[in-house]
Design a protein around this ligand. Structure first.
Ligand code: FES
Length: 107
């Protein structure tokens, strides 16, 4: 199983804000949604749009290219033209740090 990776201190990420984090060859967005933190891949499954450039609307993030929307909590598609979910990463708090685990290659 992959190791936990420290991303940033929780107090650097106030409610409603996001933090983009480079994870090897991809980017991950950490989002503070009403005090809960979520980690999603920063890449729209429709055609590679940068989701961190899009808007957050409630619990959804909207791709700026063709306006597909995804659940921040689950990664599921809410609005087409995307039809595949975005990857969500396990996240935990450890000594006031936000940590994620890259589980893309876990078996
Ligand atoms: S690239 Fe995101 S909706 Fe098309």
């Amino acid at each position: 199983m992959s190791d936990w990776i420290s991303v940033c201190a929780a107090d650097e990420l106030p409610q409603g804000s996001q933090h983009v984090f480079a994870l090897d060859d991809i980017s991950v967005i950490i989002i503070n949604l009403n005090g809960d933190y979520y980690a999603i891949e920063d890449c729209c499954t429709h055609d590679g749009g940068t989701l961190s450039d899009g808007e957050i609307d409630g619990e959804e993030i909207i791709c700026p290219r063709h306006f597909a929307s995804f659940s921040i909590k689950t990664g599921e598609v809410i609005t087409p033209p995307a039809y595949e979910a975005i990857h969500t990463f396990p996240l935990r708090m450890h000594e006031k740090m936000i940590q994620i685990r890259d589980d893309r290659f876990d078996s």
